[in-house]
Design a protein around this ligand. Sequence first.
Ligand code: KIV
Ligand code: ZN
Length: 518
Amino acid sequence: MQNQLIIFDTTMRDGEQSPGAAMTREEKVRIAKQLERLRVDVIEAGFAAASPGDFEAIRAVAESVRESTVCSLARANENDIRRAADAVSPAARRRIHTFIATSPIHMQRKLRMTEEQVLEAAVRAVRLCRQFTDDVEFSAEDAVRSEEDFLCRVFEAAIDAGATTINVPDTVGYSVPDRWGSLFKRLLERVPNAGKAIWSTHCHNDLGMAVANSLAAVLNGARQVECTINGLGERAGNASLEEIVMAVKTRADIFPVRTVIDATQIVPASKLVSTITGYPVQPNKAVVGANAFAHESGIHQDGVLKHRETYEIMRAEDVGWGANRLSLGKLSGRNAFKSRLVELGITLHSEEALNAAFARFKELADKKREIFDEDLQALLSDESITPENERFKLVSLVAHSETGEQPFAKLVVSDAGIEAQSEARGAGPVDAAFQAIESLVHSGTQLLLYSVNNITSGTDSQGEVTVRLAKDGRVVNGMGADTDIVVASAKAYLSALNKMGLKSSRMNPQYGEEAPAP
Ligand code: KIV
Ligand code: ZN
C-alpha cells in the first residue's frame, strides 16, 4: 500500500549495540512478544553471525513470533548470510538484511575495497540472500557520507539483484532534516528502478535529529522507518519508535502515511525494554517519559482540567499510560501465575524455577495488594540468569539509617552456594550495602551508573534499580527489583557481577573483523 509506513524495529540489533544492553535469548523472546503486541511490521532480532548465543536468540524469536516479519542482519559475506538465513528459517515471515559500507572513508579505511569491489560484493550478497527468502533488505552503511553517484549505482544494482527494501542509513548521525529529505527525493528520482523497492531510512541521533531526519525522509518518499524503543542504539541511539509513530499519527495532516501500530502498547514496550536493558527512560522524554503527560504548572493544570486540548496534543491513555494491566492478586493460584507468564513470553527453565518464582510472587503479593504486569516483568527480570550461571545471590540484608548516625549495612551473600557475611558503613544504606558486597567479592569493577525507578505508582511500588559496572573494557547492566530499594540495589549489584562473570565473545557487525565477500 502506497501510504503504509512500515515500522522496522531494531531494538534487539542496533539497540543491543549500546554498552551493556546485550540481551539473552529469553529476554529477546519477551521483547519480541511485546513488539508483536505493538504490531511492528519487522523485528530485527539480532546479528546471527555475532556468536552462537546470538544465533540461538534469533532462532528462538523466529520460532515464537507469528505476525511480524523476523529479520537478521548479515554483512555482505557468505558466512553471515547463511547464518542469518538459518536463524530466521523457522519464522512465518522472514527477512535477511545485508549491508556493506559505501562511503570513501569506510571503503578505504575499514573494508580496504574499491568502489567496484563493493558494488560486486553488494550484488553477490543480495543474490545469495534471495536464495533463502524473497524478502531482502540492502543497506549502504554510511550512506550519509557516500558519493551520491556511486550510491545510486549501488542501489540500482542491488534492486536488480533482487533487493526488495533499500535502506539509507545516516550511520553517524550527521545529517539535518532538509538535507536528508532532499537526498531521498533525488535518490527516488535518479535510481532508474527505484519504484521496484521500498525505501527505508535509518537515522542515528548524534546531533539529536534522528526522528526529524526520519520524518523528512518520509515526506520525501521513504515508506519504512528503522527505529528503536526508547531510541536505544549505538552511541546517542536511533530514531525513537514511539516518537515516529505518534508524530505521523498526531500530524496526519502533514504525513501522507499510516502505520498499523497499536499505540496503547507503546508504554508497556518502553518499560519492558528499559527493565531488560537497564537503560532508564529520562523523565522528560517525549511520549514515554514519566513527565510527558504531567502538568506541573498551576496554569497548565487549570487549562487541562477545563479543556484537555489546551495543552495536550495526545492522550496519555492512547499511548498506554495508566493502562497498567492488573495481572494477579494475593489469592491468584499457581496456574493463573503460570499462564500469565506464558502470555508475557516469560519462559522458566524448570518446575523448580516456576516454584521459586511463584514463591517470590506470593512474597510480593503479601507486601503489595495489586500485582501488575510490570511487577511480574521486574520480578522475573533475572530469570535468564539460570541457576548454573547465578554465582552470587543475596541471602539476607539488614540496613540501618538514622539521622546523625553513619548508615550501616550487614548482608549475607551466597557465592556458588557458600554463604559469607559482611558489614560496612557508607554515605547511605545503598553505599554501605555495595561496600559490604565488595569487601566479600573484590570484583575490581567500576560503577558507571546507579539509578532507581518506581515500577508502578504509589509508595508500595517496587523500586527497580539498575547498576552498570565496567571492567577491562566490558560493560554490563544488572537489575534488581524489590519494594525495599536497598534490597533492590544489592540484588542489582549482584546481578551485574553475575553477568560480568558470563563469557561473552560476540562481535559488533559494524566494527568486527570483516569476512571475505561472497
Ligand atoms: O547505522 C547503520 O549504518 C546500521 C546498518 C548496519 C544498517 O546500523
Ligand atoms: Zn545503525
